[in-house]
Write a protein that binds this ligand. Structure first.
Ligand code: ATR
Length: 275
């Protein structure tokens, strides 16, 4: 019986058990995936005890994503570049980590709106937290000519630009509408759009008609940004798809089957979000 889990503090609201539970059932795999509340001070001993406790590995969420990178024996390049890990597995007794957020975002973006990649145009990233870093990395790997990062706290955008080098440019938050006129993709990685978290204040009328508008916020499923973009006839990409796709590599590693993100899974998690 193979076991995996998601750890965080707090962890009650995680939907990962629903996602992995669906796949375990779909593929008839004898295994389980649970959520475990792990306090920051317990993280190191929990990770070192994974194999001994019968776990093939785990997902890691807030506030452990940076710390687990330091605890690991081996780190994939993407996790080092992003500065955080969300997936852990044990191989040959060694603790290995990666970050699947860039994979999740880019895979779903390309599935839902493949037309974006044909344009040699800049992309706009709103926000400069951990999720923004993963997405910036994903765009650079995909070969976009310029990633523009707009953030309320300008210094954090500057940090990302300095970290990733010449392909990334930092901008003031006030430049977000004007600076996105020629963008092939606009992505919101801030918490704005979550319930009661204010308004992005984006002037979508200035965007190119071909701009793909995406949001990593998935509660609500259709954020105000996505609703406004859709009503203007722009292509949109929701945040739930990224959540589902980022779970794929971990499941494949722990349980030995590469799972599919199918419509039944999407609907099941969407229904849970709608409540
Ligand atoms: P994560 O690591 O999950 O991406 P985070 O580090 O908390 O989350 O980052 C949240 C992002 O939302 C930040 O870019 C934050 O801007 P600051 O760096 O200025 O804090 C952004 N954000 C949150 N509330 C905002 C608001 N009301 N207006 C503009 N940006 C906001």
């Amino acid at each position: 019986m193979k076991r995996a889990c998601v750890i965080g503090w707090p962890i009650e609201h995680s939907r990962s058990p629903l996602i992995h539970g669906y796949w375990l059932e779909k593929y008839g795999i004898e295994g389980n995936y649970t959520k475990v509340a792990v306090r920051p001070e317990e993280l190191e001993s929990f990770i070192h005890g994974l194999a001994g406790n019968g776990y093939a590995g785990c997902n890691v969420t807030v506030p452990h994503k940076e710390h687990v990178l330091r605890i690991a024996d081996d780190r994939e390049a993407v996790a080092v570049a992003v500065g955080a890990a969300n997936t852990v597995w044990i191989e040959g007794g060694r603790i290995k980590v990666t970050n699947t957020d860039a994979y999740g975002y880019m895979t779903y973006l390309t599935l839902k709106a493949p037309q974006w990649s044909a344009r040699r145009a800049p992309v706009s990233v709103l926000g400069a937290g951990g999720a923004a870093r993963a997405i910036v990395y994903g765009f650079l790997e995909a070969g976009v000519p310029e990633v523009r990062v707009f953030n309320r706290t300008r210094a954090r955008a500057d940090e990302i630009a300095a970290h990733f080098g010449s392909g990334v440019a930092a901008y003031d938050w006030t430049a977000r509408s004007e600076g996105s006129r020629d963008a092939a993709v606009l992505v919101n990685t801030t918490t704005i759009g979550m319930k009661d978290q204010g308004d992005l204040g984006m002037d979508l009328a200035r965007l190119d008609k071909r701009c793909v508008v995406s949001d990593i916020v998935y509660v609500p499923l259709e954020t105000e940004l996505l609703r406004n973009a859709r009503s203007r006839g722009l292509a949109t990409v929701d945040g739930l798809g990224m959540l589902l796709h980022q779970a794929v590599p971990g499941f494949a590693t722990w349980f030995g089957t590469r799972p599919e993100v199918d419509d039944v899974l999407y609907e099941r998690i969407a229904a849970d979000i709608r409540g």
